[in-house]
Design a protein around this ligand. Structure first.
Ligand code: ZN
Ligand code: FE
Length: 257
């Protein structure tokens, strides 16, 4: 399975999964149709699947047009998003399995950003391989999604599921927010040498207009404050000993940053 990262709108990424053996493709969160149609054209591949993580328009905006072009394709999304995702055919919940090419994906229910948000995790097939996680707007490189339809407790629970994945898991989040996220992270965790190093690297990468997605779960555990609700040093800065309150205060600060 090859993964292509397609820039869309102002700061979204669409991910296109390609099975070169069968010349079929799946797409994760098509914000708009044209980057997808263009890539399919150049690969001469047929789109068979749309995997949606949640109902926001910058994630499902391309569904309708892609369905028109490939009427046989199947649209997957969370069961709680029933009625909110154009063309949705399959209604997924925690623990469900999805398949694309030779990979079987697991579904995580990760509410917080929205009430019906799901993530797709494709474990490695052979040793030396990495797992691939498509997490929409739940976990970002250096940050996490805003709580539009969920509580801090729900988001901590959702992020815990992702944090439990192997450190080398690559995750593909739907926005290029990393630099801004790390600027915020530095205001609450500036003594963290791993964070300092990453901030410098990301600044350099963005000045060359390079993408910072995918990142890995291991990198986030070391540098993303939104994965550090139980870290003593962050709890001290947030003046709380409670993990959920620590997370809630961080999220509140970031919303005003
Ligand atoms: Zn969203
Ligand atoms: Fe989004």
């Amino acid at each position: 399975m090859d993964i292509y990262r397609l820039p869309a709108l102002s700061d979204n990424y669409i991910f296109l999964l390609h099975d070169p053996g069968h010349n079929i493709a799946a797409v994760v969160d098509p914000a708009e149709p044209y980057p997808v149609l263009e890539k399919l054209e150049s690969l001469k591949a047929k789109l068979v699947t749309i995997f949606n993580t949640h109902h926001h328009s910058d994630h499902v905006g391309g569904n309708q047009r892609l369905i028109q072009k490939f009427p046989q394709l199947t649209v997957y999304g969370g069961v709680e998003d029933r009625g909110r995702i154009p063309g949705q055919k399959v209604f997924l919940q925690e623990g469900d399995r999805v398949q694309f090419a030779d990979r079987v994906g697991q579904v995580f229910f990760v509410p917080g950003h929205t009430s019906g948000h799901i993530a797709y995790y494709f474990p490695p097939v052979s040793s030396g391989d990495t797992g691939e996680l498509f997490c929409g707007d739940t976990l970002f490189a250096g940050g996490c999604g805003r709580l539009f339809e969920g509580t801090p407790a729900q988001m901590v629970d959702s992020l815990s599921k992702l944090r439990n994945l192997p450190d080398n898991t690559r995750f593909w989040c739907a926005h290029e927010y990393t630099l801004k996220n790390l600027q915020f992270a530095m205001t609450v965790d500036e003594q963290n040498p791993e964070l300092q190093k990453r901030f410098a690297e990301v600044k350099a990468a963005r000045s060359r207009n390079e993408a910072t997605v995918p990142s890995t779960i291991g990198v986030e555990k070391l540098t993303n404050p939104f994965m550090g609700w139980d870290r003593k040093s962050l709890q001290l800065v947030m003046k709380s000993q409670d993990p959920v309150q620590t997370f809630a205060r961080l999220r509140g600060m970031k919303d005003r940053f």
